[in-house]
Structure formats: C-alpha cells, structure tokens
Design a protein around this ligand. Structure first.
Ligand SMILES: Cc1cc2nc3c(=O)[nH]c(=O)nc-3n(C[C@H](O)[C@H](O)[C@H](O)COP(=O)(O)OP(=O)(O)OC[C@H]3O[C@@H](n4cnc5c(N)ncnc54)[C@H](O)[C@@H]3O)c2cc1C
Length: 331
C-alpha cells in the first residue's frame, strides 16, 4: 500500500490501548465489522496485567489465570475477528474535528471517524530497589486483587491517604497483621477513615518512615525502612507490600482537548463512554477513579464499542441526508 493510500483511508475506529478495555472494545467492534485498529503500545502492550502473576477474580477461569496469559488470550480473540493490532504508540492526537488524526510513533498518521481512548492508569511506584522485581511476588498495588493471597500473614501498606486506609482495612480480613507505613506523623486520610484504621487492632502504624528497599528471594520477606526524622534505619519482616500512594490516569496525550474530572480521569456522560468531544470515547481505568479492575475495564470497553457503533450509524445517516440534500439543491 502506498503512503498516499494509507493517509487517504479513513478508518471507522482506532482504539488506543491494549489492556482489558482496549481488547474488549476491539472484540466488539471487530465483530460489528468496524475493522478496528488497535494501537497497543510499543513496549507496554497488554497493559497492567502483564505485570502480575495470578489473576483469580476474572470470571471464566475457575483455577485463575496468569495475567500475561489472560492478555495474550484477549489479543488472540480480538485478532480472530480481524482486529488490526499494531504494537506502536499514538504520539499526537487531533480530536476536535470530524475525521480524527492519530500520529504514530513510527511516523505515519491514521485518520478515523471515531477513537476509543483506553490508555489506562499508572499506579505510582515507590521507585526503590526490589519493588519491580518482586511485583506479583508479594508487591502489589491492589488489595482487592491480591489480598486473598496473604491469609494469616504479616503484610505492610505504604501510604497515608483514604485509599491506603481502605486497602489496609480490607487487608485485615485476610492478614494476621497489617503495618501501615507513612512518611509523616499525621495521615492525609479523612478523619473517619483514619479513625476506623486506628481502631482496628490488626493495624499498626509505623510513622515517619519510608521504605528504602524491598527484599526477598523470589518473594517478599523483608522491608528496609528509614526514619524520615532522624535518618535511622530498621527492617520489617513481612510477606507482602501494598503500595497505595496514588495513581495517575494516562491522559497526557489528550488532556488539553477533553474535559477531565477533578480526579484527573476522562469525564464521560453518565453511564456512557461519550467524552466531551463527538466521536471520542473512553474506556477502562482512564475514566475510572474508583473501581479499577480488569473486569470493570473490560465491561467499559464493551460500552465504548457499542457507543461507537451507534455513533457511526448515526453519522452515516447524517452524511447520507446531507449528500441527498446537496444533490437536490439546484446549481
Ligand atoms: C500489579 C497489578 C496487578 C493487578 N491485578 C489485578 C487482578 O488480579 N484483578 C483485576 O481485576 N485487576 C488487577 N489489576 C488492575 C487491572 O490491571 C486494571 O484495572 C486493568 O488492567 C485496567 O485496564 P485498562 O484496559 O483500562 O488499562 P491498562 O491495562 O492499563 O492498559 C492500558 C494500555 O494503554 C496503552 N497505552 C497507553 N498510552 C498509549 C499510547 N499513547 N499509545 C498506545 N498505547 C498506549 C498501554 O500500553 C496499555 O497497553 C492489577 C493491576 C496491577 C498494576
């Protein structure tokens, strides 16, 4: 295909992102004959679940499934229906026009009648040695996902906000002990959440402290800590570390073109995936400040695909009516 032909072609839908939201949107739009193009990312194809081991809460896998295997299955399922999955990045978008322009890391430009933004959300990391290596082997960012694996074990949560308290309280259902490690002497969490956490006898606070290293052979066994006031160092023996210091929706690419919520996620209309721009839809964690699960992302990808279908059907009716009107106006 010549470069001219590529530029001239206007695709029905381009999906940006290849997590559960992007791939589910791809399955639905491909089965609706919309020939979706999925920009899966040049190095991060498959999304967040590529960084984990057992996924036990995605329906349909009674014995659980490894995160990367689940994502490869989703990719294969989307390909089976003809989705064109490209391992490359969208680097620039022009969304406020009828035909959207998507610039690619490889240098080309795609044109599309509709776009689904499914770029996910990045959990903030501590950035200390051992954290990445032991991710999925004791280091987690999601108590709902992984709490179950820590029955009767001593574990730690890092953070001082509402979500850290929520994670810690949830984890007391499983763990024998939950240490909450916080850099300061006071929590950022709301009073009610702080009171609840402080009243729970399984929770012990370690104030004015930060984690400097996550240690363990193949799985977490110990944390190295530093006191933020006097610089003294200590260790804490735990089998799990939950990092709850926030997350950043991946909106850099389009945040100047769309309305965002106060939490920084893409704002959508009610239960739909419709953003503030016609023909632009969002799905998954990028619009979700709260639930952030693989299954909610997948469900949201389905919603976006159905919304795209309806949008394109309506747009083509409008186009046909306009053409007919133009043809009947005398010259
Ligand atoms: C370690 C870990 C373990 C987890 N375990 C579980 C679990 O057991 N169960 C569960 O339900 N949930 C779990 N989660 C949460 C779950 O992974 C997320 O809720 C889910 O992946 C969100 O899906 P998504 O499609 O919205 O985004 P993501 O999975 O984050 O995917 C976003 C995609 O967008 C792509 N992208 C971003 N920008 C661009 C761009 N410019 N161009 C092209 N592509 C781009 C990325 O490459 C990525 O592929 C876990 C999360 C983590 C971090």
């Amino acid at each position: 295909m010549t470069e001219q032909a590529t530029v001239d072609q206007v695709h029905d839908v381009v999906i940006i992102g290849s997590g559960p939201a992007g791939y589910t949107a791809a399955v639905y739009t491909a089965r609706a004959n919309l020939n979706p193009i999925v920009l899966a990312g040049s190095v991060t194809a498959g999304g967040e679940l590529m960084n984990t081991t057992d996924v036990e809460n995605f329906p349909g896998f009674q014995d659980g499934i490894q995160g990367p295997e689940l994502m490869m299955n989703m990719e294969a399922q989307a390909r089976r229906f003809g989705a064109d999955i490209r391992h490359e990045d969208a680097t620039e978008l022009k969304l406020d026009q009828r035909v959207k322009e998507i610039s690619l890391g490889s240098g080309g430009v795609l044109h599309a009648r509709s776009v689904i933004l499914a770029t996910g959300s990045a959990y903030r990391e501590l950035g200390v040695p051992g954290e990445k290596q032991l991710s999925g082997h004791g280091v987690s960012w999601c108590a709902t996902c992984d709490g179950f694996f820590f029955r009767e074990q001593a574990i730690a949560v890092v953070g001082g906000g509402d979500s850290a308290m929520e994670e810690a309280l949830f984890l007391t259902k499983f763990a024998s002990k939950v240490y909450v490690i916080h850099r300061r002497e006071e929590l950022r969490a709301s009073q009610i959440m702080a009171d609840r956490a402080k009243a729970n006898e399984k929770i012990e606070f370690i104030w004015n402290s930060e984690v400097t290293e996550v240690r363990g052979e193949g799985k977490v066994s110990q944390l190295a800590l530093r006191n933020t006031v006097d610089g003294s160092e200590s260790t804490l023996d735990v089998t799990g570390l939950f990092v709850a210091i926030g997350h950043d929706p991946r909106v850099d690419l389009f945040k100047d073109q769309l309305t965002l919520t106060d939490e920084g996620t893409v704002e959508v209309q009610g239960r739909t995936s419709k953003t503030s721009l016609p023909g632009v839809f969002a799905a998954g964690d990028v619009l979700d400040p709260h639930y952030r699960q693989a299954i909610t992302a997948a469900g949201s990808g389905c919603v976006a695909a159905l919304d795209v279908e309806a949008y394109l059907a309506e747009a083509s009716e409008t186009d046909a009516a306009e053409t007919q009107q133009a043809e009947t106006i005398p010259a």
